[in-house]
Design a binder for this molecule. Structure first.
Ligand code: GDP
Length: 310
């Protein structure tokens, strides 16, 4: 079994390549739920849905999220009723949120509801939310404290970041299977995802970091910072807000207590030595995933480097 820690779009691109290199059934994905939010009475899990839709082959490839060919009639109608509609929820996508919310209301845990959704969409990988408990990422900004989605989507990441709070981290337990997956895997991959609000959240769940240190599996991360910048998303603003330099090195530094191998983009090759000084092996590669071939190539490289026998 191979386990991957994942946020949304960056991770989904990599995982699409990975399931062309290893059998999908052998993959467990532990997904960030710090971005989850309740809107219109529905439980929305953006990263779980991005990963699920991508592996199900129904994601809107251009955007990287949402369902291919979706329409937005429901949101239009909600606007007529006077609701704020800053979060883009397509009609087909809304069906997932309705289904998930009903399953949760029936008493299922988020991890069980996720399994149901995956089964219906034909996803064979084992997708697990990092926790079944309430956990929300809030951003402290010069305009006040707000939910991550409000910071990112509603206000367009325009506010100055002063800090990040993981609400629920003190009490949230890892969902069933999270710790076991890390401990019993032959390889753990940290996908190219936001190191603060996607991977940082997963690492903040009780026991996850300890399991990563304890597992005998090699741990490989793909840099989400290329040429000193994120490819998309607010990773730079969040890193700066936490007083970190925006660099691949900073990401490796955040994972230094458990990481064995770091896949660094050729464009950041000048950071290789500095990262190696953290005791981490560095492999240089093209990490920008535009085509399916790029995704498969990167996945193959990770497997060859970490599991040379395969
Ligand atoms: P999302 O934007 O909310 O889906 O956030 P993610 O947690 O998936 O993380 C976004 C991170 O993934 C950013 O730091 C991006 O730079 C990184 N990323 C996105 N696409 C790629 C890619 O093709 N290659 C690499 N190396 N990183 C990527």
């Amino acid at each position: 079994m191979i386990t991957a820690l994942a946020g949304g779009v960056g991770a989904a691109k990599f995982l699409l390549g990975l399931v062309r290199v290893i059998p999908e059934e052998e993959l467990t994905v532990i997904v960030n739920t710090g971005d989850d939010i309740e809107l219109y009475g529905l439980h929305i899990s953006p990263d779980l849905d991005i990963i699920t839709y991508t592996l199900a082959g129904i994601v809107d490839e251009e955007k990287g999220w949402g369902v291919k060919g979706d329409t937005f009639h429901c949101l239009e109608m909600l606007r007529k009723y006077g609701y704020e509609i800053w979060f883009n929820l397509g009609d087909r996508d809304l069906a997932t949120h309705i289904h998930r919310t009903l399953l949760l209301k029936r008493g299922l845990k988020l991890s069980q509801a996720t399994k149901e959704i995956c089964k219906s969409l034909g996803v064979k990988a084992n997708i697990i939310p990092m926790t079944d408990d309430k956990f929300e990422t809030w951003i402290e900004t010069d305009a006040g404290l707000m939910h991550f989605q409000e910071y990112l989507v509603k206000r367009g990441a325009k506010d100055k970041v002063l800090g990040v709070k993981y609400l629920g981290a003190e009490t949230a337990k890892p969902a069933d299977g999270v710790i076991e997956a890390i401990l019993n895997s032959e390889l753990v991959i940290i996908c190219p995802s936001n190191p603060i609000v996607s991977i940082g959240t997963i690492l903040s769940v009780k026991g996850v970091r300890e399991a990563l240190r304890a597992t005998k599996a090699p741990k490989v991360a793909i840099s989400p910072i290329v040429a000193g910048m994120p490819i998309k998303g607010p990773a730079d603003k969040l890193m700066k807000g936490l007083g970190l330099e925006v660099s691949a090195y900073s990401v490796a530094y955040l994972f230094r207590d458990f990481l064995n191998i770091f896949i660094l983009d050729y464009m950041d090759r000048n950071e290789k030595e500095e990262i190696e000084n953290l005791g981490i092996k560095v492999i240089l590669a093209n990490t920008i995933m535009k085509t399916l071939e790029d995704k498969i190539g990167l996945a193959r490289l990770v497997i060859e480097e970490a599991l040379p026998r395969k």
